[in-house]
Design a protein around this ligand. Structure first.
Ligand code: ZN
Length: 292
């Protein structure tokens, strides 16, 4: 039996054997295991293909994210030197690349091959896991998790480490899938109709590092309060765009070209509606409370 990382209640098996649900707060988790360190150095080729398909969407989302971070930190930034930003799970360094114009940006990446390739492009990257690779007294003004927190099993230990490695008043940015999102809810309905593909895909079943949590604003607020943070704001980010959509759908090898084309068209038609329905990707901005 496992307990809910948000409220401590008992978790029950949900819609799949590996899917867990909290009957009290609604938190959803999984028992899926990461095998990121056991794969070939540099990640497998499929992962590269997937990242390529997502690149355009990610880059435009990162631009919006950085604008929001600048807005939230401009009032607190009184010193002359640029603010220190830590990007946990920086992967290919796209966020670092965009952030280094305004911030003193450092990344952490556990995949050795990916970390080396990113460092070779002139970006500052530490190889390993957060917070193990940081010195005990190392502090940042901003810590960012871009599509990373939902992969980390002990979410409470991670938030505690963020508290230790952020300056008082520092900003914690969590960019993660939202449990209340429209596509996720559609995937649950499809599963109830006997079609598990979309739901499994939302959890990244079979991927090197599948999702272990699905958060929502209530869960993030509870986590924030427990670990000494205040939720300042949240922002929605588009989870799909026309660009790269076909290759993203096609990336799943069990999808035939015809089916992928039909799926692409269906999602493309739905994009305007998705822009106003509950978002599938949300960014939560948390402020570390000053020391008492
Ligand atoms: Zn719970």
């Amino acid at each position: 039996m496992s307990t809910c990382p948000i409220c401590g209640a008992e978790l029950f098996v949900g819609l799949r054997s590996w899917h867990l649900v909290c009957g009290v707060c609604g938190y959803e988790g999984s028992t899926l295991n990461a095998h990121i360190l056991s794969q070939a150095p540099g990640g497998d080729l499929d992962e590269v293909a997937r990242e390529d398909a997502l690149e355009t969407l990610r880059r435009s989302n990162f631009q919006r994210l950085l604008a929001a971070i600048r807005g939230l930190t401009s009032k607190t930034s009184s010193c002359q030197h640029p603010m220190r930003l830590l990007d946990v799970g920086c992967a290919h360094g796209w966020f670092l690349e965009q952030a280094r114009g305004n911030f003193d940006a450092t990344g952490i990446e556990p995949d050795r091959g990916v970390a080396e390739a990113t460092a070779a492009r002139g970006l500052r990257v530490r190889k390993g896991f957060f917070p193990d690779v940081l010195a005990t007294d190392e502090r940042y003004d901003i810590i960012v998790f871009n599509d990373v927190l939902e992969h980390i099993p002990d979410i409470n230990a991670t938030l505690q480490a963020c508290m230790l490695h952020l300056v008082p008043g520092g900003l914690l940015v969590i960019n993660a899938p939202n449990r209340m999102g429209t596509l996720y809810r559609v995937s649950k309905n499809l599963l109830r109709l006997g079609r598990s593909g979309t739901f499994d895909r939302m959890w990244q079943l079979g991927f090197p590092s599948p999702h272990v949590h699905y958060l929502d604003t209530e869960a993030v607020t509870a986590l924030a309060e427990r670990h000494g943070f205040t939720l300042l704001a949240s922002e929605r980010l588009p989870s799909v765009s026309i660009s790269g959509l076909y290759s993203r759908v096609r990336y799943s090898k069990d999808v035939s070209p015809v089916k992928a084309l039909l799926l692409t068209l269906a999602v493309a038609v739905a994009i305007p509606a998705l822009a106003v329905l509950p978002p599938d990707i949300e960014v939560w901005f948390l402020r570390r409370e000053p020391d008492a």
